[in-house]
Design a protein around this ligand. Structure first.
Ligand code: NDP
Length: 433
Protein backbone atom coordinates (compact mmCIF):
# COMPACT_ATOMS: atom_id res chain seq x y z
CA UNK A 1 0.00 0.00 0.00
CA UNK A 2 2.97 2.27 0.60
CA UNK A 3 4.20 1.54 -2.88
CA UNK A 4 0.83 2.25 -4.53
CA UNK A 5 -0.96 4.85 -2.40
CA UNK A 6 -4.60 5.77 -3.00
CA UNK A 7 -5.41 2.74 -5.14
CA UNK A 8 -8.03 0.95 -3.00
CA UNK A 9 -9.52 -1.10 -5.84
CA UNK A 10 -6.07 -2.35 -6.85
CA UNK A 11 -5.28 -3.32 -3.25
CA UNK A 12 -8.61 -5.12 -3.02
CA UNK A 13 -7.98 -7.12 -6.20
CA UNK A 14 -4.44 -8.08 -5.18
CA UNK A 15 -5.51 -8.98 -1.66
CA UNK A 16 -8.28 -11.20 -2.96
CA UNK A 17 -5.82 -13.17 -5.10
CA UNK A 18 -3.01 -13.40 -2.52
CA UNK A 19 -5.44 -14.61 0.13
CA UNK A 20 -6.00 -17.80 -1.88
CA UNK A 21 -2.46 -18.54 -3.10
CA UNK A 22 -0.92 -19.89 0.13
CA UNK A 23 -1.40 -23.60 -0.74
CA UNK A 24 0.21 -23.27 -4.16
CA UNK A 25 3.12 -21.19 -2.84
CA UNK A 26 3.70 -23.85 -0.21
CA UNK A 27 3.59 -26.68 -2.73
CA UNK A 28 5.87 -24.88 -5.22
CA UNK A 29 8.69 -23.07 -3.34
CA UNK A 30 10.35 -22.13 -6.65
CA UNK A 31 7.61 -19.53 -7.16
CA UNK A 32 8.62 -17.63 -4.03
CA UNK A 33 12.32 -17.97 -4.84
CA UNK A 34 11.71 -16.32 -8.21
CA UNK A 35 9.70 -13.49 -6.55
CA UNK A 36 6.82 -14.27 -8.87
CA UNK A 37 4.13 -12.68 -6.74
CA UNK A 38 6.12 -9.46 -6.42
CA UNK A 39 6.76 -9.40 -10.17
CA UNK A 40 3.12 -10.11 -10.98
CA UNK A 41 1.95 -7.17 -8.85
CA UNK A 42 4.14 -4.71 -10.76
CA UNK A 43 2.88 -3.84 -14.25
CA UNK A 44 5.45 -4.29 -17.01
CA UNK A 45 4.58 -0.81 -18.27
CA UNK A 46 2.06 1.96 -17.41
CA UNK A 47 1.24 4.84 -19.73
CA UNK A 48 -0.68 7.98 -18.73
CA UNK A 49 -1.37 10.75 -21.17
CA UNK A 50 -3.28 13.96 -21.86
CA UNK A 51 -6.39 13.75 -24.04
CA UNK A 52 -7.49 17.22 -25.19
CA UNK A 53 -10.66 17.51 -27.27
CA UNK A 54 -13.24 20.08 -28.34
CA UNK A 55 -16.98 19.82 -27.67
CA UNK A 56 -19.66 20.86 -30.17
CA UNK A 57 -19.66 24.43 -28.83
CA UNK A 58 -15.91 24.77 -29.35
CA UNK A 59 -14.98 24.45 -25.66
CA UNK A 60 -11.75 22.60 -24.98
CA UNK A 61 -11.73 19.75 -22.43
CA UNK A 62 -8.78 17.82 -21.03
CA UNK A 63 -9.15 14.21 -19.92
CA UNK A 64 -6.57 11.69 -18.78
CA UNK A 65 -5.80 8.53 -20.73
CA UNK A 66 -4.36 5.30 -19.31
CA UNK A 67 -2.98 2.03 -20.59
CA UNK A 68 -1.53 -0.41 -18.09
CA UNK A 69 0.40 -3.24 -19.77
CA UNK A 70 0.47 -5.66 -16.90
CA UNK A 71 1.85 -8.99 -18.04
CA UNK A 72 2.76 -10.46 -21.43
CA UNK A 73 4.22 -13.83 -20.41
CA UNK A 74 1.42 -15.70 -22.21
CA UNK A 75 0.83 -13.42 -25.20
CA UNK A 76 0.17 -9.81 -26.23
CA UNK A 77 -1.45 -7.64 -23.56
CA UNK A 78 -5.22 -7.94 -23.90
CA UNK A 79 -7.98 -6.12 -22.02
CA UNK A 80 -10.60 -3.46 -22.52
CA UNK A 81 -10.74 0.32 -22.45
CA UNK A 82 -13.13 1.91 -19.94
CA UNK A 83 -14.56 5.42 -20.42
CA UNK A 84 -16.22 6.49 -17.16
CA UNK A 85 -15.88 9.47 -14.85
CA UNK A 86 -14.70 7.19 -12.00
CA UNK A 87 -11.64 5.96 -13.92
CA UNK A 88 -8.24 6.54 -12.30
CA UNK A 89 -4.94 4.65 -12.24
CA UNK A 90 -5.99 2.40 -9.33
CA UNK A 91 -9.18 1.31 -11.12
CA UNK A 92 -7.27 0.50 -14.32
CA UNK A 93 -4.64 -1.40 -12.34
CA UNK A 94 -7.25 -3.52 -10.56
CA UNK A 95 -8.83 -4.39 -13.88
CA UNK A 96 -5.45 -5.10 -15.50
CA UNK A 97 -4.35 -7.30 -12.62
CA UNK A 98 -7.52 -9.41 -12.76
CA UNK A 99 -7.20 -9.62 -16.51
CA UNK A 100 -3.88 -11.50 -16.26
CA UNK A 101 -5.50 -14.46 -14.50
CA UNK A 102 -8.72 -14.33 -16.49
CA UNK A 103 -6.87 -14.41 -19.79
CA UNK A 104 -4.68 -17.27 -18.57
CA UNK A 105 -7.83 -19.24 -17.72
CA UNK A 106 -9.07 -19.01 -21.32
CA UNK A 107 -6.01 -21.00 -22.45
CA UNK A 108 -5.79 -18.82 -25.58
CA UNK A 109 -2.34 -17.21 -25.35
CA UNK A 110 -3.16 -13.66 -24.27
CA UNK A 111 -1.44 -11.49 -21.67
CA UNK A 112 -3.18 -9.00 -19.38
CA UNK A 113 -3.69 -5.24 -19.70
CA UNK A 114 -6.37 -2.58 -19.33
CA UNK A 115 -6.86 1.07 -20.18
CA UNK A 116 -9.32 3.90 -20.45
CA UNK A 117 -10.08 7.45 -19.51
CA UNK A 118 -12.07 9.54 -17.06
CA UNK A 119 -14.07 10.82 -20.07
CA UNK A 120 -17.84 10.41 -19.59
CA UNK A 121 -19.64 9.64 -22.87
CA UNK A 122 -23.14 10.06 -21.35
CA UNK A 123 -24.98 12.86 -23.11
CA UNK A 124 -22.18 13.52 -25.61
CA UNK A 125 -22.97 13.72 -29.32
CA UNK A 126 -21.52 11.22 -31.80
CA UNK A 127 -19.23 13.96 -33.13
CA UNK A 128 -17.90 14.69 -29.63
CA UNK A 129 -17.30 11.00 -28.94
CA UNK A 130 -15.51 10.72 -32.28
CA UNK A 131 -13.23 13.68 -31.55
CA UNK A 132 -12.45 12.30 -28.12
CA UNK A 133 -11.65 8.83 -29.50
CA UNK A 134 -9.42 10.31 -32.20
CA UNK A 135 -7.48 12.35 -29.66
CA UNK A 136 -7.17 9.32 -27.34
CA UNK A 137 -5.82 7.13 -30.15
CA UNK A 138 -3.41 9.83 -31.34
CA UNK A 139 -1.33 8.99 -28.27
CA UNK A 140 -2.35 5.36 -27.64
CA UNK A 141 -1.37 4.12 -31.12
CA UNK A 142 2.36 4.18 -30.33
CA UNK A 143 1.93 1.73 -27.45
CA UNK A 144 -0.30 -0.90 -29.09
CA UNK A 145 -0.18 -3.28 -32.05
CA UNK A 146 -1.50 -6.67 -33.11
CA UNK A 147 1.47 -8.50 -31.56
CA UNK A 148 2.00 -6.06 -28.67
CA UNK A 149 -1.21 -4.95 -27.06
CA UNK A 150 -4.77 -5.40 -28.31
CA UNK A 151 -7.42 -3.34 -26.45
CA UNK A 152 -11.19 -3.95 -26.56
CA UNK A 153 -14.34 -2.38 -25.08
CA UNK A 154 -15.52 -2.13 -21.46
CA UNK A 155 -17.83 0.29 -19.62
CA UNK A 156 -18.57 3.24 -21.92
CA UNK A 157 -16.73 1.70 -24.87
CA UNK A 158 -18.90 -0.25 -27.31
CA UNK A 159 -19.03 -0.73 -31.06
CA UNK A 160 -19.30 3.00 -31.82
CA UNK A 161 -16.18 3.90 -29.84
CA UNK A 162 -14.17 0.93 -31.16
CA UNK A 163 -15.03 2.09 -34.69
CA UNK A 164 -13.72 5.63 -34.12
CA UNK A 165 -10.61 4.32 -32.33
CA UNK A 166 -9.87 1.81 -35.06
CA UNK A 167 -10.34 4.39 -37.83
CA UNK A 168 -7.83 6.73 -36.22
CA UNK A 169 -5.29 3.92 -35.64
CA UNK A 170 -5.51 2.90 -39.29
CA UNK A 171 -5.19 6.47 -40.46
CA UNK A 172 -2.09 7.18 -38.37
CA UNK A 173 -0.26 3.90 -38.98
CA UNK A 174 -1.48 3.06 -42.49
CA UNK A 175 -2.02 -0.52 -41.29
CA UNK A 176 -5.17 -2.65 -41.11
CA UNK A 177 -4.35 -5.05 -38.34
CA UNK A 178 -6.12 -6.79 -35.48
CA UNK A 179 -5.20 -4.08 -33.00
CA UNK A 180 -8.65 -3.75 -31.42
CA UNK A 181 -11.39 -6.30 -30.87
CA UNK A 182 -15.13 -5.73 -30.70
CA UNK A 183 -15.02 -4.30 -34.23
CA UNK A 184 -18.20 -4.04 -36.31
CA UNK A 185 -19.50 -7.01 -38.22
CA UNK A 186 -18.46 -6.55 -41.83
CA UNK A 187 -15.08 -4.98 -41.00
CA UNK A 188 -13.34 -7.58 -38.92
CA UNK A 189 -15.60 -8.02 -35.91
CA UNK A 190 -16.40 -11.53 -34.79
CA UNK A 191 -19.97 -12.71 -34.71
CA UNK A 192 -21.08 -13.36 -31.09
CA UNK A 193 -18.45 -10.97 -29.63
CA UNK A 194 -21.15 -8.53 -28.36
CA UNK A 195 -23.02 -11.46 -26.79
CA UNK A 196 -19.99 -13.35 -25.46
CA UNK A 197 -19.54 -12.00 -21.92
CA UNK A 198 -23.21 -12.27 -20.96
CA UNK A 199 -23.71 -15.62 -22.68
CA UNK A 200 -20.53 -16.96 -21.09
CA UNK A 201 -21.56 -15.90 -17.59
CA UNK A 202 -24.94 -17.59 -17.93
CA UNK A 203 -23.21 -20.78 -19.09
CA UNK A 204 -20.89 -20.58 -16.08
CA UNK A 205 -23.83 -20.13 -13.69
CA UNK A 206 -25.56 -23.08 -15.32
CA UNK A 207 -22.43 -25.23 -14.91
CA UNK A 208 -22.27 -24.36 -11.20
CA UNK A 209 -25.94 -25.26 -10.76
CA UNK A 210 -25.45 -28.57 -12.57
CA UNK A 211 -22.78 -29.50 -10.03
CA UNK A 212 -25.66 -29.36 -7.54
CA UNK A 213 -28.03 -31.31 -9.70
CA UNK A 214 -30.02 -28.28 -10.88
CA UNK A 215 -30.18 -26.01 -13.90
CA UNK A 216 -31.45 -22.55 -14.89
CA UNK A 217 -34.80 -23.58 -16.31
CA UNK A 218 -37.64 -21.92 -14.45
CA UNK A 219 -35.31 -19.99 -12.11
CA UNK A 220 -35.94 -16.34 -11.28
CA UNK A 221 -32.79 -14.34 -11.94
CA UNK A 222 -31.72 -10.93 -10.62
CA UNK A 223 -29.53 -9.07 -13.13
CA UNK A 224 -27.94 -5.67 -12.49
CA UNK A 225 -26.75 -3.24 -15.17
CA UNK A 226 -28.31 -2.60 -18.56
CA UNK A 227 -25.24 -2.35 -20.77
CA UNK A 228 -23.54 -4.83 -23.02
CA UNK A 229 -23.04 -7.56 -20.43
CA UNK A 230 -26.49 -7.26 -18.82
CA UNK A 231 -28.38 -7.26 -22.13
CA UNK A 232 -26.83 -10.48 -23.44
CA UNK A 233 -27.09 -12.09 -20.03
CA UNK A 234 -30.84 -11.51 -20.19
CA UNK A 235 -30.90 -12.81 -23.78
CA UNK A 236 -29.24 -16.12 -22.83
CA UNK A 237 -31.37 -16.52 -19.68
CA UNK A 238 -34.52 -16.36 -21.81
CA UNK A 239 -33.02 -18.92 -24.21
CA UNK A 240 -32.41 -21.35 -21.34
CA UNK A 241 -35.92 -20.95 -19.94
CA UNK A 242 -34.99 -18.81 -16.93
CA UNK A 243 -36.85 -15.66 -15.93
CA UNK A 244 -34.68 -12.51 -15.63
CA UNK A 245 -36.85 -10.01 -13.75
CA UNK A 246 -34.55 -7.00 -13.21
CA UNK A 247 -32.07 -4.62 -14.81
CA UNK A 248 -30.54 -1.37 -13.54
CA UNK A 249 -28.36 1.64 -14.20
CA UNK A 250 -26.84 4.30 -11.97
CA UNK A 251 -30.27 5.96 -11.55
CA UNK A 252 -32.09 2.91 -10.11
CA UNK A 253 -33.55 -0.45 -11.05
CA UNK A 254 -36.51 -1.99 -12.83
CA UNK A 255 -38.49 -5.04 -11.71
CA UNK A 256 -40.60 -6.69 -14.35
CA UNK A 257 -42.73 -9.53 -13.05
CA UNK A 258 -43.30 -10.91 -16.54
CA UNK A 259 -39.57 -11.02 -17.23
CA UNK A 260 -37.48 -8.35 -18.94
CA UNK A 261 -38.60 -7.68 -22.53
CA UNK A 262 -35.26 -7.92 -24.34
CA UNK A 263 -36.32 -6.12 -27.51
CA UNK A 264 -37.65 -3.12 -25.59
CA UNK A 265 -34.52 -2.96 -23.42
CA UNK A 266 -32.25 -3.14 -26.48
CA UNK A 267 -34.23 -0.43 -28.24
CA UNK A 268 -33.91 1.91 -25.25
CA UNK A 269 -30.27 1.19 -24.37
CA UNK A 270 -28.62 0.36 -27.69
CA UNK A 271 -30.62 2.48 -30.13
CA UNK A 272 -31.89 5.45 -28.09
CA UNK A 273 -29.05 5.39 -25.51
CA UNK A 274 -31.72 6.08 -22.87
CA UNK A 275 -32.18 5.14 -19.18
CA UNK A 276 -33.97 2.20 -17.56
CA UNK A 277 -36.84 4.33 -16.20
CA UNK A 278 -37.98 4.69 -19.82
CA UNK A 279 -38.28 0.87 -19.93
CA UNK A 280 -40.73 0.85 -17.01
CA UNK A 281 -42.72 3.71 -18.53
CA UNK A 282 -43.18 1.92 -21.84
CA UNK A 283 -43.54 -1.66 -20.63
CA UNK A 284 -46.91 -1.28 -18.90
CA UNK A 285 -48.20 -2.62 -15.62
CA UNK A 286 -45.85 -5.58 -15.14
CA UNK A 287 -42.82 -3.32 -14.62
CA UNK A 288 -41.94 -0.65 -12.11
CA UNK A 289 -38.92 1.61 -11.74
CA UNK A 290 -37.35 2.02 -8.29
CA UNK A 291 -35.14 5.12 -8.13
CA UNK A 292 -31.92 4.55 -6.15
CA UNK A 293 -32.25 1.49 -3.91
CA UNK A 294 -30.63 -1.90 -4.26
CA UNK A 295 -31.65 -4.35 -6.94
CA UNK A 296 -30.41 -7.13 -4.61
CA UNK A 297 -33.49 -6.62 -2.42
CA UNK A 298 -35.56 -8.30 -5.14
CA UNK A 299 -36.12 -12.00 -4.45
CA UNK A 300 -34.62 -14.51 -6.86
CA UNK A 301 -32.90 -17.90 -7.18
CA UNK A 302 -29.80 -16.67 -8.97
CA UNK A 303 -28.02 -13.27 -9.03
CA UNK A 304 -25.83 -12.07 -11.90
CA UNK A 305 -24.18 -8.71 -11.08
CA UNK A 306 -23.33 -7.13 -14.45
CA UNK A 307 -22.77 -3.40 -13.85
CA UNK A 308 -19.62 -2.37 -11.99
CA UNK A 309 -17.16 -3.00 -9.13
CA UNK A 310 -18.35 -3.24 -5.52
CA UNK A 311 -22.05 -3.03 -6.41
CA UNK A 312 -22.94 -6.03 -4.22
CA UNK A 313 -21.95 -5.43 -0.60
CA UNK A 314 -22.59 -7.14 2.75
CA UNK A 315 -26.13 -5.79 3.03
CA UNK A 316 -26.92 -6.97 -0.46
CA UNK A 317 -25.46 -10.41 0.25
CA UNK A 318 -27.51 -10.66 3.44
CA UNK A 319 -30.68 -9.81 1.52
CA UNK A 320 -29.89 -12.35 -1.20
CA UNK A 321 -29.21 -15.09 1.35
CA UNK A 322 -32.42 -14.25 3.21
CA UNK A 323 -34.31 -14.62 -0.06
CA UNK A 324 -32.77 -18.04 -0.66
CA UNK A 325 -30.37 -17.32 -3.53
CA UNK A 326 -28.57 -20.46 -4.77
CA UNK A 327 -25.90 -19.03 -7.03
CA UNK A 328 -24.17 -15.70 -7.70
CA UNK A 329 -22.01 -15.36 -10.80
CA UNK A 330 -20.07 -12.21 -11.67
CA UNK A 331 -20.66 -10.77 -15.15
CA UNK A 332 -18.98 -7.53 -14.07
CA UNK A 333 -15.42 -7.26 -12.76
CA UNK A 334 -15.18 -7.47 -8.94
CA UNK A 335 -18.84 -6.46 -8.38
CA UNK A 336 -18.96 -8.34 -5.07
CA UNK A 337 -17.09 -6.90 -2.08
CA UNK A 338 -14.77 -9.31 -0.20
CA UNK A 339 -17.09 -9.29 2.85
CA UNK A 340 -20.05 -10.19 0.64
CA UNK A 341 -18.11 -13.03 -1.03
CA UNK A 342 -17.30 -14.51 2.38
CA UNK A 343 -20.92 -14.26 3.52
CA UNK A 344 -22.22 -15.93 0.36
CA UNK A 345 -19.67 -18.74 0.49
CA UNK A 346 -20.32 -19.31 4.18
CA UNK A 347 -24.03 -19.61 3.47
CA UNK A 348 -23.33 -22.31 0.87
CA UNK A 349 -24.22 -20.18 -2.16
CA UNK A 350 -22.34 -21.21 -5.33
CA UNK A 351 -20.14 -18.24 -6.19
CA UNK A 352 -18.57 -17.70 -9.63
CA UNK A 353 -15.80 -15.06 -9.61
CA UNK A 354 -15.58 -12.69 -12.59
CA UNK A 355 -12.12 -13.90 -13.55
CA UNK A 356 -13.68 -17.19 -14.54
CA UNK A 357 -17.35 -16.39 -15.09
CA UNK A 358 -16.98 -13.37 -17.40
CA UNK A 359 -13.97 -14.65 -19.35
CA UNK A 360 -16.17 -15.46 -22.36
CA UNK A 361 -15.83 -11.89 -23.65
CA UNK A 362 -12.07 -11.85 -23.83
CA UNK A 363 -12.06 -15.43 -25.12
CA UNK A 364 -14.16 -14.46 -28.14
CA UNK A 365 -11.94 -11.39 -28.56
CA UNK A 366 -9.01 -13.80 -28.93
CA UNK A 367 -11.09 -15.73 -31.49
CA UNK A 368 -11.67 -12.43 -33.32
CA UNK A 369 -7.88 -11.96 -33.49
CA UNK A 370 -7.50 -15.49 -34.86
CA UNK A 371 -10.11 -14.82 -37.56
CA UNK A 372 -8.45 -11.51 -38.50
CA UNK A 373 -5.05 -13.14 -38.79
CA UNK A 374 -6.47 -15.82 -41.05
CA UNK A 375 -8.47 -13.19 -43.03
CA UNK A 376 -11.60 -15.22 -42.51
CA UNK A 377 -14.82 -15.05 -40.57
CA UNK A 378 -16.51 -17.88 -38.76
CA UNK A 379 -20.24 -18.53 -38.55
CA UNK A 380 -22.12 -17.49 -35.42
CA UNK A 381 -22.71 -21.15 -34.66
CA UNK A 382 -19.01 -21.96 -34.78
CA UNK A 383 -18.10 -19.09 -32.45
CA UNK A 384 -20.91 -19.95 -30.07
CA UNK A 385 -19.82 -23.60 -29.96
CA UNK A 386 -16.23 -22.51 -29.22
CA UNK A 387 -17.48 -20.18 -26.48
CA UNK A 388 -19.53 -22.96 -24.87
CA UNK A 389 -16.53 -25.27 -25.01
CA UNK A 390 -14.22 -22.65 -23.44
CA UNK A 391 -16.66 -21.86 -20.62
CA UNK A 392 -17.08 -25.55 -19.86
CA UNK A 393 -13.32 -25.90 -19.74
CA UNK A 394 -12.87 -22.89 -17.44
CA UNK A 395 -15.53 -24.21 -15.09
CA UNK A 396 -13.91 -27.66 -15.02
CA UNK A 397 -10.43 -26.19 -14.46
CA UNK A 398 -11.59 -24.04 -11.53
CA UNK A 399 -13.58 -26.87 -10.02
CA UNK A 400 -10.77 -29.38 -10.33
CA UNK A 401 -8.08 -26.96 -9.06
CA UNK A 402 -10.15 -26.06 -6.00
CA UNK A 403 -10.48 -29.75 -5.15
CA UNK A 404 -6.78 -30.41 -5.72
CA UNK A 405 -5.86 -27.65 -3.28
CA UNK A 406 -8.29 -28.71 -0.58
CA UNK A 407 -11.07 -26.20 -1.18
CA UNK A 408 -13.83 -28.16 -2.94
CA UNK A 409 -16.57 -25.97 -4.43
CA UNK A 410 -14.56 -22.77 -3.88
CA UNK A 411 -14.37 -21.29 -7.38
CA UNK A 412 -12.50 -18.21 -6.13
CA UNK A 413 -9.58 -20.32 -4.98
CA UNK A 414 -9.81 -22.54 -8.05
CA UNK A 415 -9.77 -19.61 -10.51
CA UNK A 416 -6.96 -17.75 -8.75
CA UNK A 417 -4.67 -20.75 -8.41
CA UNK A 418 -5.31 -22.14 -11.90
CA UNK A 419 -4.72 -18.73 -13.53
CA UNK A 420 -1.68 -18.07 -11.36
CA UNK A 421 -0.03 -21.42 -12.16
CA UNK A 422 -0.28 -20.84 -15.90
CA UNK A 423 1.28 -17.37 -15.77
CA UNK A 424 3.82 -18.27 -13.10
CA UNK A 425 5.09 -21.31 -15.03
CA UNK A 426 5.54 -19.18 -18.16
CA UNK A 427 7.39 -16.49 -16.20
CA UNK A 428 9.59 -19.09 -14.53
CA UNK A 429 10.56 -20.54 -17.91
CA UNK A 430 11.29 -17.08 -19.36
CA UNK A 431 13.81 -16.08 -16.70
CA UNK A 432 14.12 -13.02 -14.49
CA UNK A 433 12.59 -10.32 -16.68
P1 NDP B 1 -21.66 -0.82 -20.37
O1 NDP B 1 -21.05 0.52 -20.39
O2 NDP B 1 -22.24 -1.39 -21.60
O3 NDP B 1 -22.76 -0.91 -19.22
C1 NDP B 1 -22.46 -0.63 -17.90
C2 NDP B 1 -23.73 -0.69 -17.09
O4 NDP B 1 -23.40 -0.61 -15.71
C3 NDP B 1 -24.68 0.45 -17.37
O5 NDP B 1 -25.98 0.02 -17.15
C4 NDP B 1 -24.26 1.47 -16.33
O6 NDP B 1 -25.27 2.39 -15.99
C5 NDP B 1 -23.96 0.58 -15.16
N1 NDP B 1 -22.96 1.24 -14.30
C6 NDP B 1 -21.70 1.59 -14.61
N2 NDP B 1 -21.09 2.20 -13.60
C7 NDP B 1 -22.01 2.24 -12.62
C8 NDP B 1 -21.99 2.75 -11.30
N3 NDP B 1 -20.89 3.35 -10.81
N4 NDP B 1 -23.11 2.60 -10.56
C9 NDP B 1 -24.20 1.98 -11.05
N5 NDP B 1 -24.28 1.50 -12.30
C10 NDP B 1 -23.20 1.62 -13.06
O7 NDP B 1 -20.49 -1.80 -19.81
P2 NDP B 1 -20.37 -3.38 -19.92
O8 NDP B 1 -21.72 -4.00 -19.88
O9 NDP B 1 -19.45 -3.69 -21.03
O10 NDP B 1 -19.57 -3.71 -18.58
C11 NDP B 1 -20.21 -4.03 -17.34
C12 NDP B 1 -19.24 -4.76 -16.43
O11 NDP B 1 -18.78 -5.97 -17.07
C13 NDP B 1 -17.96 -4.00 -16.09
O12 NDP B 1 -17.55 -4.35 -14.78
C14 NDP B 1 -16.95 -4.56 -17.08
O13 NDP B 1 -15.62 -4.39 -16.63
C15 NDP B 1 -17.36 -6.01 -17.10
N6 NDP B 1 -16.94 -6.78 -18.25
C16 NDP B 1 -17.28 -6.42 -19.52
C17 NDP B 1 -16.89 -7.18 -20.60
C18 NDP B 1 -17.35 -6.87 -21.97
O14 NDP B 1 -17.13 -7.71 -22.85
N7 NDP B 1 -18.00 -5.76 -22.25
C19 NDP B 1 -16.01 -8.34 -20.43
C20 NDP B 1 -15.78 -8.70 -19.04
C21 NDP B 1 -16.21 -7.92 -18.02
P3 NDP B 1 -25.08 3.96 -16.33
O15 NDP B 1 -25.31 4.06 -17.79
O16 NDP B 1 -26.09 4.64 -15.51
O17 NDP B 1 -23.65 4.32 -15.94
Amino acid sequence: EKRNPAQPEFHQAVHEVLETLAPVLQARPEYAEAALVERLCEPERQVMFRVPWQDDRGRVHVNRGFRVEFNSALGPYKGGLRFHSSVNLGVIKFLGFEQIFKNALTGLGIGGGKGGSDFDPHGRSDAEVMRFCQSFMTELYRHIGEHTDVPAGDIGVGGREIGYLFGQYRRITNRWESVLTGKGQGWGGSLIRPEATGYGNVLFAEAMLRERGEDLEGQTVIVSGSGNVAIYTIDKLHALGANPVTCSDSSGYVVDEKGIDLELLKQIKEVERGRVDAYAERRGTSARFVPGGSVWDVAGDVALPSATQNELDENAATALIRNGVKAVSEGANMPTTPEAVHLLQKAGVAFGPGKAANAGGVAVSALEMAQNHARTSWTAQRVEDELAHIMKDIHATCHETAERYGAPGDYVTGANIAGFERVADAMLAQGVI
